[in-house]
Design a protein around this ligand. Structure first.
Ligand code: T3D
Length: 263
């Protein structure tokens, strides 16, 4: 049986691939476990940029519905347990990683698959990809952070429309609405994503982490609180080697060589 998640390393970029293509990379428990392990590994192995993508024609079709048989001997499990033990920690892990995580949405992203992508720091989709809040079609509501992400990214009106109708949103429309960073022609897609990841992997990683965490706090904070968050983060950056290198490189009119380290 093939591995449910593949991890490859290119320089300081780790590429994590959901690998259940015959199920459109739907989540079962094994894929959750493997994905969790992959994200734990990149947190400490020197990785400076992460790409999350899918194998085959899909990014991820959400929960594996073959593992949800209402007429089976065990019936339907308590879904709050699945969310609490598997999806919610996954979303929090992605958001807490101290380096940029790019969701490379190569094809359809449905249900929790769409919302795992939206938990990443940047979402880049192939032009042929689609985002589907598929939940209402099976009598559920958006989960894996979907209600939180959608309202913040596209606003309450569009979030509600996407959630209630479960209509597919094209990659281009998703970019036009600000749900994702960009839609890229299929033929250029992975080269484009890898190029961006390579750029991040040679960038000021500690400053990227500060940026990521400050932006995550911004929607919850009042302006006064956020100004303090910025000042404290900037203090840490200002004492770090990459600020010194960036300023030296500016004065010496050369490209900076960032270590990515905080101190
Ligand atoms: O349960 C909990 O723990 C709570 C958490 C829930 C989180 C969730 O994600 S709930 C939402 C679950 N996902 C869905 O409802 C999406 C279901 N899939 C679809 O609607 C469609 O497959 C797609 C729109 C994603 C793609 O459509 P299409 O026409 O391109 O492909 P297809 O023919 O429907 O699917 C291809 C194969 O993948 C097919 O298998 P087959 O017939 O070739 O053997 C299909 O059954 C399989 N597949 C697709 N999605 C899933 C799946 N198998 C299991 N689970 C899936 N989610």
């Amino acid at each position: 049986m093939s591995e449910p998640v593949l991890v490859t390393r290119r320089g300081d970029v780790s590429e994590i691939t959901l690998n259940r293509p015959d199920k459109l990379n739907a989540f079962n428990d094994d894929m959750h476990t493997a994905l969790r392990a992959a994200f734990e590994a990149v947190a400490t192995d020197g990785t400076r940029a992460v790409i999350l993508t899918g194998s085959g024609r899909a990014f991820c079709a959400g929960q594996d519905l073959d593992a949800r048989d209402p007429d089976g001997p065990d019936g339907v499990p308590d879904l709050s347990v699945t969310l609490t033990n598997l999806y919610n920690p996954l979303i929090k892990r992605i958001r807490s990683l101290p380096m940029p995580v790019i969701a490379a949405v190569n094809g359809v992203a449905a249900g929790a698959g769409a919302n795992v992508a939206l938990a990443c720091d940047m979402v880049i989709a192939a032009q042929s990809a689609k985002f589907i809040q598929a939940f209402s079609k099976i009598g559920l509501l958006p989960d894996a952070g979907g209600t939180w992400s959608l309202t913040r990214l596209v606003g309450p009106a569009r979030a509600m429309g996407l959630a209630l109708t479960a209509q597919p949103l094209s990659a281009q429309q998703a970019a036009d609405w600000g749900l994702i960073w960009e839609a890229v022609a299929d033929e250029d897609f992975m080269d484009h994503v890898r190029g961006l990841a390579d750029t991040f992997a040679t960038g000021p990683t500690a400053a990227y982490a500060e940026t990521k965490f400050a932006l995550q706090q911004a929607p919850m904070n009042a302006m006064d609180e956020q100004l303090i968050v910025e000042a404290q983060a900037q203090k840490r950056c200002g004492h770090g080697p990459d600020f010194a290198e960036g300023v030296r490189a500016f004065h010496e009119k050369r490209a900076p060589q960032y270590s990515g380290k905080a101190s």
